[in-house]
Design a protein around this ligand. Sequence first.
Ligand SMILES: [Zn+2]
Length: 115
Amino acid sequence: MPFCPQCRYEYHPGTEQCPDCRVPLVETLPPDPRQWEQFETVELCKVSDEMTGLALQAFLLDAGIGLNLRDMRASFYGNVLSGIQGYWGTAIVTKEDEPQARKLYAEFLKDFEKK
Ligand SMILES: [Zn+2]
């Protein structure tokens, strides 16, 4: 059954787009961001800026993988640390999704370099 990745509503097979959110439906629903705490997670990569993070998130979502972006600046020392370490935040995936996410991340990087 296809799901809307945004409102998480389940649709009949053959439906391709959520009429409410106007986004393409996905076959497997990624973990609910509100329920990330329930999953064992790993850091997929460092993200240099927010744009890259969001692009990667969309790319993985296409494959049905949920990506949690952790903005370094959200933490108390974040601003200082991201300045020193030169990145914006980290991309988190569930342990279960990690192998596939790593493969996709490699593809994403190749794609990204082309542009
Ligand atoms: Zn929707």
